[in-house]
Design a protein around this ligand. Sequence first.
Ligand SMILES: Nc1ncnc2c1ncn2[C@@H]1O[C@H](COP(=O)(O)OP(=O)(O)O)[C@@H](O)[C@H]1O
Ligand SMILES: [Mg+2]
Length: 334
Amino acid sequence: MTGAPVLEITNLNVGYGLGEHAVRAVRDVNLTVHRGEVLGLAGESGSGKSTLAYGLTRLLAPPGVITGGTVVYHPADGEPYDVLELDDVGLRKFRWAQTAIVFQGAMNSLNPVHRISAQLTDVLAAHEPTTSAAQRTARAREMLKLVGISSDRMDAYPHQLSGGMRQRVMIGMALILQPQVVIMDEPTTALDVVMQRQILGQLIDLRERLGFSVIFITHDLSLLVEFSDRIAIMYGGRIVEEAPAAVLYQDSLHPYSAGLLGSFPALRGPRRELTGIPGSPPDLRGMPSGCSFHPRCPKAFDPCAANIPVLGNPGGGGRTVACWLHPVLSWGEV
Ligand SMILES: Nc1ncnc2c1ncn2[C@@H]1O[C@H](COP(=O)(O)OP(=O)(O)O)[C@@H](O)[C@H]1O
Ligand SMILES: [Mg+2]
């Protein structure tokens, strides 16, 4: 399932604005993506998921600023480098050919006046100018077929396709340069649940054939439990828990993860009572002291309001949690 690291995010901090009114949207995030794995990133709206994705691909628009950290990318051939240090030329190559991103609402960003085949061949022409027109058309056809669009639809315009088909085209555009990492930021929220499952299932099959890694971002944890290898949970700009998907589903350690899991029906096994999470996500401009989840946490006790828990490894086994209920190796360092 998981190979060597392909992307290593260390102490990443991203804010909006500078100075005392700055909003710290991503705080001290550490996350590693391995070759060939599907890493799910979940959290309520506003927890910083998109900011993390935009930050690590350097696509933040002002007033977004990266205020610290490193994002080390390991190319298939060549030395690892820090994405945060790339110049414009390096960035352009990295963004599409190495790490592609499908944004929230992306299916509406296809160019309405161009046939879908042309939108794919344009990407190839821009990034692989030495290919011939015939080669580009063949690659576009092959890619569209891979994402489930038959050749007789290749010359359609976006408005002639359903939402699900347009989403497939976007995924095809993300994959056509054979990136090693594909980031999907809530790519399917506009689609119905059956369609979401179908597209995701096919993406995972493609991952097995083409060998890329996926960072899949959604507020819908049930999709992640089904489709990802590992899941990281974000709250108030921090990763609060990370574990293999099955482990997180069966035995989450952070009360926030448990709350998210309690917000959708059990996939299998005994029926769970749907509980949800009382209260609302924190305002990033005035974060609660200590663990930012403590005001909403059913299990909060003395240390929670006083100190920020660090992401640590309570029991080994490739999982981490930042919660005072689970004393960690770094307990003494806070
Ligand atoms: N352009 C912006 N300017 C100021 N603050 C922003 C901007 N975009 C996002 N934020 C802040 O960053 C927080 C995280 O946003 P986002 O990364 O979009 O969360 P998510 O993708 O998890 O819903 C938001 O709660 C908001 O306060
Ligand atoms: Mg988002």
